[in-house]
Design a protein around this ligand. Structure first.
Ligand SMILES: *[C@@H]1O[C@H](CO)[C@@H](O)[C@H](O)[C@H]1NC(C)=O
Length: 427
């Protein structure tokens, strides 16, 4: 009897321990939910009536690298950072008038110089509509024109969000032809070409075209961009270097799009078939997928037989976007030609895109204060000043999940600059 009681008692104890543990887990979960911060540049929503820590960040102090403020940004990074999902963006952008007012699209300052110098953008994106919307807001002016290319594989909600953006602005449109984009494949290049072709057909008389992806962010205000573009004096700006023997393999052999088991699903894979040399004895150069191109050059690319043949020849190479532009820009006689005899244009010399590679940190630039993804820096808040002063026009990569403060502060600083530059111009 005593023994049975003891067993019962023991079981009851077990039960209590179980209940108490359950309670502890539940309470802990609640606390950790409270520890979440929501990335919402979209005005106050129900769930975040409490002031968000991001609103307490002083971006001027971040810019000045004040220790207390940098400390606050590190504190935020330890929290569970929750992004706005595509569904919320769809409902937020459904009512255009409200959306435009809430995000201040109706309060953007522009000067006459900017109005007479429209810029065309090709945005090749596939996910995270909240981030795409923030990029659009950061580069938006009423006189520019924006083409969005989403991916055939993008989610229904993401596509709906992009279509809402198209509906809300007369100068934002979706590419008329949508590719299923694969990493390092010709489809990536085609996505930009589809947009460029549509942009040429638009009524806006843009002078230059710039392409961006979903992890880029501008480092210059539109006012500054226009001033810089004018200084190019009709030249294109992009990387263009002589290829190493290793890089040459990318177009000396045929590549086939194949299923790969890891993150990209499908990728061009090298075969043992050697490729013919490029048509017209074109001398090959390599660079990046990112460009700043004149309208004349883009017209040439779309209409010239050599460009068409070279594009076709590039279809089974590896990452053709990284040699197509670099090579075409050096073809004798193209608009804004960069002479073949000219030295290499590296990613440091061409200011189109700043990408911080892990192995060049310290040697070429200060260490990454965010995190690395595949050897590329995802910027952190302590790089704000360096990014704005470095001289590049755009940078890659940003991720609100790694550091939301750097994106918020870039937005704030760029808007502040644009406003000051316009007011100074007008007065
Ligand atoms: C933000 O920080 C700057 C630099 O320390 C300071 O001058 C300014 O007063 C601060 N602004 C606010 C609103 O606290």
């Amino acid at each position: 009897m005593k023994r049975r009681c003891a067993i019962l008692h023991w079981l009851r104890c077990k039960f209590y321990v179980f209940v108490v543990s359950l309670l502890v887990v539940l309470v802990y979960r609640n606390i950790s939910l409270d520890n979440s911060i929501y990335i919402e540049p979209y005005g106050v929503k129900q769930r975040s009536l409490k002031p968000q820590p991001l609103n307490g960040i002083n971006c001027t102090a971040i810019y000045e690298l004040e220790p207390v403020e940098i400390g606050k940004s590190l504190e935020i990074r330890r929290k569970n950072i929750v992004e706005v999902d595509d569904k919320s963006i769809v409902s937020f952008t459904a009512d255009c008038k409200n959306y435009i007012e809430k995000r201040g699209y109706n309060e953007i300052f522009v000067t006459d110089e900017e109005c007479s110098f429209p810029v065309a953008y090709s945005l090749v994106v596939h996910k995270n509509s909240a981030m795409v919307e923030r990029i659009l807001r950061a580069i938006y002016t009423p006189q520019n024109i924006y083409c969005i290319h989403y991916d055939q594989k993008s989610s229904k909600d993401f596509i709906a969000a992009m279509k809402n953006l198209e509906k809300c602005f007369p100068n934002v449109f979706i590419a008329s032809k949508i590719e299923s984009v694969h990493y390092a494949h010709i489809t990536r290049l085609n996505a930009d070409l589809n947009c460029l072709s549509d942009l040429l057909n638009s009524e806006v008389k843009w002078k230059y075209a710039i392409n961006l992806c979903g992890q880029d962010f501008p480092l210059k205000s539109n006012y500054e961009l226009v001033a810089e573009l004018k200084k190019l004096n009709g030249a294109n700006m992009l990387e263009s270097s002589r290829p190493s023997e290793l890089k040459r393999q990318r177009f000396q052999f045929q590549y086939e799009l194949k299923d790969v088991s890891y993150e990209y699903h499908k990728m061009p894979v090298k075969t043992s078939n050697a490729k013919d040399p490029p048509p017209y004895d074109i001398e090959m150069f390599v660079g990046s997928a990112y460009f700043v191109l004149t309208q004349d050059f883009v017209t040439y690319i779309m209409n010239n037989q050599l460009a068409k043949d070279f594009l076709q020849w590039s279809a089974d190479t590896y990452s053709p976007d990284e040699h197509f532009w670099a090579t075409m820009a050096r073809v004798p006689g193209v608009p804004g030609e960069l002479q073949r005899s000219e030295p290499d244009v590296s990613d440091i010399k061409s200011r189109t895109r700043l990408v911080k590679w892990k192995y060049l940190e310290i040697r070429l630039y200060p260490q990454c204060t965010g995190a690395h993804r595949r050897s590329v820096c995802i910027y952190g808040a302590a790089e704000l000043r360096w990014l704005l002063e470095d001289g590049h026009w755009f940078a890659n990569k940003f991720d609100p999940k790694v550091d939301p403060v750097i994106i918020k502060c870039l937005e704030e600083k760029l808007e502040e600059k644009q406003r000051q530059q316009c007011l100074k111009r007008v007065s």
